[in-house]
Write a protein that binds this ligand. Structure first.
Ligand code: BGC
Length: 695
């Protein structure tokens, strides 16, 4: 390759008309049989300006299924649609740790727990790349907030954290998605880490990703996250994606190579990483569909739409079900359905959140089935009728609720990339563009309280991407969180409400009981404070360290509103016969138990395994190290076996710069949420020093 050919692979090209609807592209080199590398967003389907693709549920729903097999199927569908749309790089999955409940992009991430994010993320990666489409894991790393995200220059927040915190809470999911999933792309983030930009950070990019993990693929910057030529190239960035393409790479990189500021072997290594990803994933052998036909093609299929529905059904979380009000089973009922988000106009806004993860971000909306349409149809089949009020008038809502036997109120917050929520209050905003959000005419708290006062049988359905405070919770008979359910919104909701399928989603994030009773308590933690002498932006101190999410609640004995891992079902399950096997010559362990459906309906249980390290390790009380989703018919029992590997018992030592196992007694706790772990044993572990690449 000539020098010009090499540098042409390192920077985005403009205009992108050649690839309508995409987020950006690198021109291929036809004489070398290298196709264009076309980048497109991705979290809930093939988004950006693409048309005729499936709008799947958002990543938070995908993760709430705790079902890696389903997420593999999702990845396959996403990869297949991308390939048929002429795209060979999907800008997903987002696997950062949910550190702050108010973070405006938690809906695009998976969990506050890195183990869960790693398992779900790796499954999605395998699915996408099976279709010869490269993934980019994002946004590397400690990308926990949108306030001062620095997408278009300062202020750019700095995530200030220790190596141990980074290694234990923010990095493991990348290790898993790379080594178990085979991910060949990583997107470095907008934020800084310990003052240094993520896309030129020697400690995180060169140190952790390249050296420690041995990542073989390419690193692409988030759009506008490249800030230099030489430090970026020397510290591991391979592709610059900028609003003004080629500011730092491309021709600027060519000059740096010619002057010797960037050695040719560094450029060769960048090119090698890009080409290795293209060959390994199959992009060169099987390039995506050609334009312009690909742009117009309808790539959504009945199977993909059915999959979107299944993910929404499996990922919705039932929080409360007093007096067994759900499922709706008796016939001849009058059902009041209330709320803008239940009608077509509102559903068009909350099926996905706002930002580059929305499908489509720009373009025509997909065929979203609203709760009103689907519930009316489903109710008719049971001889029920649905009366609708859009919730813009309290009086209308009360009147409809009063005349019905049961009232279902659907309320949402449509969150947006680019902005954090100011606090946990339920503001009911709808966002129509990145960062452009407007409040509703009637606040959701007022609407729900009014409906509850008018009808004692009130069921609340939430469409939120993050926890909200619910002052009216005691007055609701049932509470179901659908998050952002994708285009099959109403269809999935109706089947859950009627019990055609059993709710089986479990929370991937803790829901705080109040604004004060949660891990983030100071402005220094979030949104960060200015530091004298740093003109680039504020610093967020990750002073809670490894006590993120449920790890903090358990260590401080604080009861959340709903704990991590929690989720109800219409049936009941029993867990028994816990057996823990260890082998003398191995540091691994096998945990098995019996799961029984003790109720009267078919349903799925999510078995969760937590490990309790000895106190002298300084680790949080309990940490998720295994899980399995099990579907059972009434009376059916199944033995579940979960394997623990040496790293399940390890913590990071900053002094040794690797994972170590401290000798002592380790607790094994199994149950169906972080707050309900009825089966317990302890086992002994001996001292061990593991590899830094432990997953
Ligand atoms: C977002 C990325 C996205 C990129 C391209 C950025 O603003 O942070 O997640 O992939 O835009 O659309």
């Amino acid at each position: 390759m000539t020098l010009a050919q090499k540098v042409s692979l390192t920077a985005q090209q403009l205009p992108i008309d050649a690839h309508d609807g995409a987020a950006g592209y690198l021109a291929g080199i036809p004489s070398l049989c290298l196709p264009d590398l076309v980048f497109n967003d991705a979290g809930a389907g093939v988004g950006d300006g693409q048309i005729n693709t499936t709008a799947f549920p958002d990543p938070i729903v995908q993760a709430s299924t705790w079902d890696p097999q389903l997420d593999y199927a999702f990845g396959q569908a996403l990869g297949a649609e991308a390939h048929a749309k002429g795209i060979d790089v999907q800008l997903a999955p987002g696997i950062e740790t949910d550190r702050i409940p108010e973070n405006g992009r938690n809906w695009e991430y998976m969990s506050e727990d890195p183990y869960l994010s790693g398992q779900i993320g790796a499954a999605e990666v395998r699915g996408i790349q099976s279709q010869h489409v490269i993934v980019t894991l994002k946004h590397f790393i400690a990308n926990s907030q949108e306030t001062d995200r620095g997408a278009s220059g300062p202020p750019v927040d700095s995530a200030d954290l220790s190596l141990r915190t980074l290694e234990e809470l923010y990095a493991p999911q990348y290790d898993v998605a790379i080594h178990q999933g085979g991910a060949m792309g990583v997107m470095c983030a907008y934020n800084r880490i310990n003052s240094i930009y993520a896309c030129q950070n020697p400690e995180t990019l060169k140190g952790v990703l390249l050296h420690q993990f041995g990542f073989p693929g390419f690193v692409v910057s988030d759009w506008g996250a490249t800030h230099s030529t030489v430090p970026s190239a020397l510290n591991g960035l391979d592709i610059e994606m900028n609003v003004s393409p080629g500011t730092y790479f491309g021709a600027a990189l060519q000059r740096a190579v010619q002057s010797g500021a960037v050695p040719m072997r560094v450029l060769d290594s960048m090119v090698l990483r890009i080409l290795r990803a293209e060959f390994a994933v199959g992009v060169v052998n099987d390039p995506p569909a050609a334009q312009p036909a690909a742009y117009a093609a309808d790539v959504s299929t009945p199977d993909h739409i059915a999959l979107a529905r299944q993910i929404s059904e499996e990922g919705s979380v039932l929080f409360k079900n007093a007096d067994g009000i759900l499922p709706l089973t008796a016939a001849d009922r009058r059902i009041a359905l209330i709320g803008t988000d239940a009608g077509p106009a509102g559903a068009d806004l909350v099926y996905n959140a706002e930002g580059s993860g929305r499908v489509p971000e720009f373009g025509t909306n997909p065929a979203v089935v609203s709760p009103l349409t689907a519930l009316t149809r489903r109710a008719a089949a049971s001889g029920d009728t649905v009366l609708y009020a859009d919730g813009s008038s309290l009086l209308d809502a009360e009147t409809v609720a009063r005349t019905a036997s049961v009232a279902i109120v659907v309320v949402g917050n449509s969150e947006s990339e680019g902005v954090d929520e100011p606090n946990l209050s339920f503001n009911g905003d709808t966002c129509t563009l990145i960062g452009v959000c407007v409040p509703p005419t009637v606040a959701p708290d007022a609407l729900v309280s009014a409906v509850e006062a008018a009808n004692p049988n009130t069921i609340v359905v939430l469409d939120t991407g993050e926890p909200v405070l619910m002052p009216w919770l005691a007055g609701a008979k049932a509470l179901l969180e659908a998050f952002y359910p994708g285009q099959q919104d109403g269809v999935a909701l109706a089947s859950l409400l009627y019990g055609d399928v059993d709710p089986s989603g479990h929370l991937t994030e803790t829901w705080p009981a109040s604004q004060a009773a949660q891990p983030i308590q100071t402005a220094a933690q979030w949104p960060g404070v200015d530091r004298p002498g740093d003109p680039l932006g504020p610093h967020s101190a990750y002073s809670e360290g490894i006590f993120v999410g449920y790890r903090w609640y358990q260590a401080h004995h604080v009861r959340p509103q709903f704990p991590f891992g929690y989720g109800l079902s219409y049936t009941t399950f029993g867990l028994s016969h816990l057996v823990v096997r260890t082998r003398r010559r191995s540091d691994a362990a096998t945990v098995s138990l019996a799961v029984t459906n003790t109720g009267t309906r078919p349903g799925a249980e999510v078995v969760q395994l937590y490990v309790h390290d000895p106190a002298n390790t300084g680790e949080p009380p309990e940490q998720l190290k295994g899980f399995r989703r099990v579907f059972l018919d009434p009376g059916q029992s199944q033995t579940v076996t979960l394997r623990l590997t040496p790293v399940s018992f390890a913590h990071w030592s900053d002094r040794r710069r690797t994972w170590i196992v401290t000798p002592g007694r380790y607790g094994i706790a199994v149950g169906d949420s972080s707050a309900h772990l009825p089966l317990r044993r302890t086992i002994r572990r001996r001292w061990a020093r593991l590899s830094p690449r432990a997953y």
